[in-house]
Design a protein around this ligand. Structure first.
Ligand SMILES: Cc1cc2nc3c(=O)[nH]c(=O)nc-3n(C[C@H](O)[C@H](O)[C@H](O)COP(=O)(O)OP(=O)(O)OC[C@H]3O[C@@H](n4cnc5c(N)ncnc54)[C@H](O)[C@@H]3O)c2cc1C
Length: 594
């Protein structure tokens, strides 16, 4: 099944909802004109559709393979990665001084979406490298930046993120990998890291691992973790590759999905110690890794959107093609299943959730740009707070909905969905990892409750709810939009009640509050996604009245926004009840009763 990038919707969201022209006006974003962005998206769509997407199904059938410490990636991956690097796609959002294009996140985000729709497994390698670049840009020395970043951007080298150990998953306080100073500015690293994405592969000449480890006498817990660069091949002073470092890939995992992406067990220091260099200061590793993780969490949210879009495209094609049963309103013979109301419900629910998730993610990207590039400190601060509130939602909500959307994609296919050759099952299997890695949904929800809501007494959350209400007020006067406004208004009220409940009870009844953390995250996704769909409906209605642009697109947008309001937004009210009244029910059964 081929992939056609949904450029129309991407450009609509970028321009009309996320505000590309406002981003373009930020200092440093002068090159990101709407015309340039459109040209980049078109070229990226061509590359992803023609070069990357055709490798997706083959990668699932012929996964990466391990032998004698080496990993051979799936057929075609190596050559495609060469083309990816040469075309400059790794550098879209990275600094011009290191060979990147220096474009804002808002322009990079649709490119990331397309790459992941084309092939989740392939896209993971650039995704991790993006995170490595961000961490080094923030905490690395000039020399580290000069040594590594240009090579990442050109696709010569790739980056990895080494947090997880057998005993340390969600809880990084348990990290045991050791880093012993050598007295010459380097460290020797010893330990085992598991589940390391693209920890070993054959697509680049060097692999640069960013590794969390403890120095001797470091404080216990997360305050004693430092971050190290440990390259597979050491790098000489002139930038050429030196000796093989003491890091070995001892195996890769056999997985439910994303099979082409090698998930490595890495052994550091079995032969005397892997040589590493410190990033930033000792004991501040987790702080730096969080920079990388925030970028990666956002990108994993985009992966959820991407795989959902791919599943939707395939489901629509199948529903048009498969003939079964007569039309309920009468037909001479059996019709394509797209005529059946329940199939329409499934397709609309896929489509509406995808469009809402895309809009929320692109809006988040634009706030990140304002937080980064604005020359006004207050604007930077308020946008950063908005972005940080949205990151766990984009990650958690979008990846959770991708399970639902890809599963619905299987359902649209009936029995053929369960048969591997259609490819529908692959999207479902591939999507299953997304709510797990880069922090499970529960970990995102803990972040949303603790750092993003309780810590500031709900101030940022309420500021966003106030913006939602502004949209409600704007829509109320228009008869066609008033029903959407009504649903959005009641869901915003429900969200505010939940924020009040979280803030009011987090000290007195912490377990009950956290029992509702994932429902709160999902609810926030539904309400804020619904907010973006309402904004989209308002734009579409204005364009239709003015007779501007593609009328069919705007009519479809209005219909999809109405579906979201009528069919998805009411979930917010059920979440409110479950969160505010159901915490004790979650905890009522004693542990020994399970
Ligand atoms: C395919 C794949 C690729 C990966 N890539 C990488 C990588 O490149 N680099 C890397 O470092 N790691 C990687 N990981 C590891 C991944 O990030 C972890 O699996 C994930 O963070 C969860 O940790 P865990 O598996 O130890 O689960 P656990 O932490 O054991 O969690 C088990 C369950 O307990 C819940 N839980 C745990 N703690 C809490 C809590 N405080 N509150 C509420 N619920 C909680 C979790 O939500 C989950 O449902 C990868 C994993 C996979 C499978």
């Amino acid at each position: 099944m081929s992939y056609t990038a949904p450029l129309k919707d991407m450009l609509f969201v970028m321009n009309e909802l996320a505000g590309l022209s406002a981003v373009n006006a930020l200092p440093g974003c002068e090159d990101a004109t709407p015309e340039t962005a459109e040209a980049i998206l078109e070229e990226n769509a061509r590359f992803c559709g023609e070069v990357i997407a055709p490798l997706n199904h083959g990668g699932d059938k012929e996964p990466s393979a391990w032998a004698d410490g080496r990993v051979t990636t799936s057929p075609g991956f190596k050559e495609a990665f060469r083309q990816f690097g040469e075309a400059g796609w790794q550098g879209v959002q990275h600094p011009v001084e290191f060979g990147g294009q220096g474009l804002p996140k808002l322009v990079a985000t649709p490119c990331i979406e397309m790459l992941n729709s084309a092939n989740l497994s392939f896209a993971l390698c650039p995704l991790l490298t993006d995170g490595t670049i961000e961490a080094l840009m923030t905490a690395g020395t000039l020399q580290q930046k000069e040594t590594y970043i240009a090579n990442f951007i050109s696709g010569k080298w790739t980056g990895t993120m080494n947090l997880t150990e057998p005993q340390a998953g969600s809880d990084l306080a348990l990290v045991r990998t050791r880093a012993v100073p050598e007295g010459d500015g380097t460290y020797k690293v010893f330990g085992t890291k598991i589940f390391i994405t693209y920890g070993e592969h054959d697509m680049a000449e060097n692999i640069v691992h960013l590794v969390l480890a403890r120095t001797p006498n470091a404080p216990e817990g997360v305050k004693g973790i430092s971050l190290f660069i440990v390259p597979k091949f050491l790098v000489n002073a002139d930038g050429s590759l030196g000796a093989r470092n003491d890091v070995q890939c001892v195996s890769i995992e056999h997985k439910l999905g994303i099979k082409a992406s090698p998930t490595a067990v890495l052994q550091f220091g079995d032969h005397g110690g892997a040589i590493g260099t410190l990033v930033g200061e000792e004991n501040r590793g987790l702080e730096y890794m969080f920079i990388m993780m925030n970028a990666a969490r956002f990108a994993v949210g985009i992966q959820g959107l991407s795989v959902s879009e791919r599943a939707y495209q395939q489901a629509v094609a199948y529903a048009r093609d498969r003939v079964q049963s007569r039309d309920l309103a009468g037909s001479p013979g059996p019709v394509a299943i797209i005529h059946q109301p329940d199939v329409r419900r499934m397709l609309m629910s896929m489509r509406a959730q995808i469009e809402a998730a895309r809009a929320l993610a692109y809006v988040a990207a634009a706030t990140s740009d304002a937080a980064h590039f604005s020359d006004d400190e207050a604007t930077r601060k308020s946008n950063q707070a908005f972005y940080e509130y949205l990151v766990p939602i984009v990650k958690g909500w979008t990846t959770e909905l991708s399970i639902d959307v890809t599963s619905t994609g299987v359902q649209v296919h009936g029995g053929m969905g369960f048969i591997e050759e259609t490819g529908a099952a692959q999207y479902y299997r591939d999507a299953r990892i997304l709510p797990i890695y880069e922090g499970t949904t529960a970990i995102q929800a803990n972040d949303l409750v603790g750092r993003k809501t309780a810590r500031d007494g709900g101030a940022v959350a309420k500021g966003i709810i106030a913006q939602v209400r502004k949209t409600v007020a704007e829509l109320q006067g228009d008869a066609a939009l008033a029903p959407i406004a009504a649903r959005l208004g009641e869901s915003a009220d429900a969200l505010e009640q939940v924020v009040d409940y979280v803030v009011g009870n987090v000290k007195s009844d912490i377990k009950a509050v956290f029992a509702g953390s994932v429902p709160y995250l999902k609810m926030a996704g539904v309400v804020l996604g619904g907010w973006q769909m309402a904004r989209a409906a308002a734009v579409a209605a204005t364009k239709l009245k003015a007779g501007e642009g593609d009328g069919k697109f705007y009519e479809a947008k209005l219909a999809t926004a109405r579906f979201f309001a009528d069919q998805i937004l009411p979930q917010a009210l059920a979440y409110r009840t479950a969160i505010v009244e159901g915490g004790q029910a979650v905890l009522a059964l004693p542990e020994d009763q399970f």
